[in-house]
Design a protein around this ligand. Structure first.
Ligand SMILES: [Zn+2]
Length: 447
């Protein structure tokens, strides 16, 4: 019975947290290629323990783990998760070592607890709860767990192309989500795309004495001038045609957005700022948050950054530039536009050395599955979901959107610090997140 499932999850939260810890202890950092096979194999064995049909699908990068349980039900629920994590550096900013999970003040700390090993585990344990309480699973279950989400899901399409049938489901739960700063549970119906490039300048064949800066060129200045041509102080991206394909938010979008409270004051306080850029507020803030592209320098490297001084003229400079993109912006087209812009500005010497890119996608807020998830949320958390038509973050939703309506909900909260030091989840959210999945499964059986 469903009541037994809920009771089981209440009683076994600590054991479920042990599973999160087990996963967090393996530093599966995709950017470094560490712990990938080990984590994929561990997950596969976890799915096998549930009697699921599981498979490791090799790609040119990390393998994709799939698992399915066909109980002959009318409806199928699919989960998309990832077993890779962001690098944990700088380690000295962590209060406890990132890969030695620790519970403090009702939270579990460690790299990957929030993004997204906690979510993956909550879903696995919910299935376990049905089985352990002899409650027949009323829906078929599928998992797709990839190992390169944090590096732009660069090889996921190699799995998706020949396995499109696997993605077919009546509803899907995406990898992330949780409680906002005011405690309200949030659901995200879409994801922006990403266009990430490294820009490099090499002007000399070696670093030289900086006295030569009278007559030798400076790579860092070249790079800075090139970067300066990308965006102005009004936050406008200056690459010609960059905004051409963006569809403005529709009336229907605004009907949902009007209900969203951006919690501006609380959020500013949380980030330690007095105002947003350009003093953005109200509808203008919503517009850029949900439908605005970004141009963000994620890293900038050149010359000497150690202690004290070193008078050097660096030979090279590089920057990582992260452009979030919205629906209908095409990464291939953007790459051409960026190259043409740099050339036209006289920066043919700035190399675009590599790029990861994928488009944006979203599910309609009017899809009945979204209502169903909201009903389940209400039963556990006692309130309606705060529905966001899309997330400002990115993910490979575009690969799934033609096969399954997806909604992203999860066990994190506003203070989970994904991608940053002291990443954590609140244990209460983890427990209730498991219960919410149980209710979604139950609701789907009557849908
Ligand atoms: Zn992430």
């Amino acid at each position: 019975m469903l009541e037994d499932v809920i009771q089981y999850l209440e009683k076994h939260t600590n054991q479920a947290l042990e599973t999160v810890k087990q996963l967090v202890r393996i530093p599966s950092v995709a950017a470094k290629g560490e712990g990938i096979e080990e984590t994929a194999t561990l997950l596969k064995s976890m799915f096998e323990e549930l009697g699921m049909k599981t498979q490791l699908h090799p790609t040119s990068g990390s393998p994709v783990v799939t698992a399915s349980l066909d109980v002959g039900a009318k409806r199928t629920l699919l989960f998309y998760d990832h077993y890779d994590v962001q690098p944990a550096e700088p380690f000295d900013l962590w209060d406890s070592p990132p890969f030695e999970p620790e519970i403090r003040n009702g939270r579990l700390y460690g790299r990957g607890t929030a993004d997204n090993k906690g979510d993956t585990t909550s879903r696995i344990w919910t299935i376990r709860a049905f089985q352990e309480t002899d409650t027949p699973l009323p829906v078929n279950i599928k998992f797709v767990v990839e190992g390169e989400e944090e590096i732009g899901s660069i090889h996921l399409s190699e799995f998706v192309e020949p396995n499109k049938h696997f993605l077919k489901a009546d509803g899907g739960i995406w990898e992330f989500g949780g409680a906002a700063i005011d405690g309200i549970q949030e659901a995200w119906l879409g994801l922006k795309g990403d266009f990430y490039v490294q820009l490099e300048v090499e002007r000399l064949n070696r670093d030289v004495h900086s006295s030569t800066a009278t007559h030798l060129p400076s790579a860092p200045f070249r790079l800075i001038w090139a970067l300066n041509s990308l965006k102005d102080e009004k936050e406008r991206i200056l690459i010609p045609g960059w905004y051409d394909d963006i569809t403005p938010l529709t009336k229907a979008d605004w009907q949902h957005l009007d209900k969203v409270d951006m919690l501006e004051e609380d959020t500013k306080k949380y980030y330690g700022v007095d105002s947003y850029v350009l003093n953005l507020t109200g509808d203008k803030l919503k517009e850029v948050y949900y439908n605005g592209p970004t141009c963000c320098i994620s890293g900038l490297t050149s010359g000497w950054q150690g202690k004290g001084s070193k008078t050097v003229l660096p030979a090279k400079a590089s920057a990582k530039v992260d452009f979030r993109i919205v629906e209908d912006m095409d990464p291939e087209d953007l790459l051409k536009k960026l190259r043409a812009h740099l050339d036209n500005q006289g920066f043919s010497d700035v190399k675009i050395t590599w790029h990861e890119a994928y488009p944006a996608a979203k599910t309609s807020p009017d899809h009945p599955f979204i209502q169903l998830v909201n009903t389940a949320n209400k039963k556990i958390f006692g309130h309606d979901l705060r529905v966001h038509i899309t997330s400002p973050g990115s993910g490979p939703l575009y690969l799934f959107k033609d096969h399954v309506p997806m909604v992203s909900i999860g066990v994190s909260d506003y203070d989970s610090r994904g991608h940053a030091p002291n990443e954590s989840i609140k244990i209460d959210n983890f427990r209730n997140g498991m219960k919410r999945i149980a209710i979604i499964i139950d609701e789907m059986s009557r849908w």
